[in-house]
Design a protein around this ligand. Structure first.
Ligand SMILES: C[S@@+](CC[C@H](N)C(=O)[O-])C[C@H]1O[C@@H](n2cnc3c(N)ncnc32)[C@H](O)[C@@H]1O
Ligand code: SF4
Length: 349
């Protein structure tokens, strides 16, 4: 369901803009509809009031909690079931953050990412994206939303833009606390500056070498790293807050002295923060995670040369932290259980 379709339905039931806003705020901020100065029977049109139970059930069904996996660091990974039975992951992050998914699967196919392994299965509609926030708020306070779960937001731009504008208004999330994470795409740099609610931007760079980037991110748009940084810098200057660069640090792949010098060449003096995240092991992939000490040395070296660098752990390190792993594990368990049932049945017959 697109948010614009939901709003059109409310209007068909007689909602005026003030009714629409009140219902959207009640859904996304989990406010009681009876909580305001005017009870709903004095406020909402009758047709709308009568349709509310069906509407509420439909909204609740957009994103349901299938399972929750708390980590030792205060984060908690959520496996979320969509109305058609597909699943995506959201992560409750420490300090009131939430990481949401924008697609089931992903077409970019980054070689180190579990989500990209099976390609794109389907887009999430804008209402399904914001429903992850409504669901998370039923569990905990949410004051920041990062679009860093499953999927590439640039490949589902209309829905992600609609979700951001809704969260930044009816969802009461400050615009700098909405973080659009992308491998980079020209459409993003055209669209984001025009948005009513301008999110912060995270660019997944991973290497300063165009050839290696094409290997690591096979179906990302081919933009030279220098050009990507220029586009990022222009957005940072226009919006007045820094770009976050994401660097999944993989031993022997993008942790060489050459790469670190490349980062200094590209980012020293830029309005930017470099987030280094040691690779999370993904079953079936041969990549190695560098030691924490080596990663900390790299971060310190960059910092001393004018690149503001933060070394970060993925949230929920102890619970399938790599994005897409929880979903993949659940699918594998379901597959093994189904195979076992079939084997038992054929043994009985
Ligand atoms: C899952 S992506 C979603 C947002 C968008 N598609 C992107 O790539 O920026 C968010 C971040 O997770 C990182 N990531 C994916 N797989 C990872 C892994 N196995 N270990 C560490 N980080 C990983 C990506 O590099 C990216 O920076
Ligand atoms: S890292 Fe991001 S772009 Fe790459 S496959 Fe995973 S979700 Fe897609």
């Amino acid at each position: 369901m697109r948010i614009e379709n939901l709003r059109a339905r409310l209007r068909e039931l007689g909602a005026k803009p003030c009714h629409e806003d009140r219902l959207m705020r009640a859904w996304l901020q989990r406010l009681p509809l009876d909580g305001g100065p005017r009870p709903q029977e004095h406020f909402l049109p009758l047709a709308l009031r009568q349709a509310l139970p069906v509407l509420t059930a439909e909204l609740d069904g957009l994103a349901r909690l299938r399972s929750q996996h708390p980590g030792e660091d205060g984060s908690s990974r959520l496996l979320v079931e969509l109305a058609d039975g597909q699943t995506v992951e959201s992560v409750l992050l420490p300090r009131d953050g939430l990481c949401v998914s924008t697609q089931v699967g992903c077409a970019v196919g980054c070689v180190f990412c579990m989500t990209g392994k099976d390609g794109l299965l389907r887009q999430l509609a804008s209402a399904e994206i914001v429903a992850q926030v409504a669901l998370a708020r039923s569990l905990r306070r949410v004051h920041k939303v990062v679009f860093m779960g499953m999927g590439e937001p640039a490949h589902n731009l209309d829905n992600v833009v609609e979700a951001i504008e809704t969260l930044g208004t009816d969802g009461a999330i400050p615009h700098k606390n909405l973080v659009f994470s992308t491998v980079g795409d020209e459409r993003v740099f055209e669209r984001l500056p025009q948005m009513r609610v301008k999110p912060a931007l995270a660019l997944s760079l991973h290497t300063t070498r165009a050839g290696l980037r094409a290997q690591l991110l096979p179906r990302a748009q081919r933009i030279q790293p220098e050009a990507l940084v220029e586009l990022g810098e222009a957005y940072a200057r226009a919006t007045g807050y820094p770009i976050q660069y994401q660097w999944t640090l993989i031993e022997g792949v993008n942790d060489s002295a050459d790469e670190l010098e490349g980062i200094v060449r590209l980012l020293a003096g830029k309005y930017a923060v470099m987030n280094m995240i040691p690779f999370n092991t993904v079953e079936g992939l041969d990549f190695r995670r560098p030691s924490w000490e080596k990663a900390a040395d790299a971060a310190r070296w960059l910092h001393q040369r004018g690149v503001l660098t933060k070394l970060r752990r993925s949230a929920g390190q102890d619970v399938d932290a790599g994005c897409g792993q929880l979903r993949a594990r659940e699918i594998k368990i379901g597959f093994v259980a189904r195979e076992r049932r079939l084997a038992e049945r054929s043994a009985q017959s």
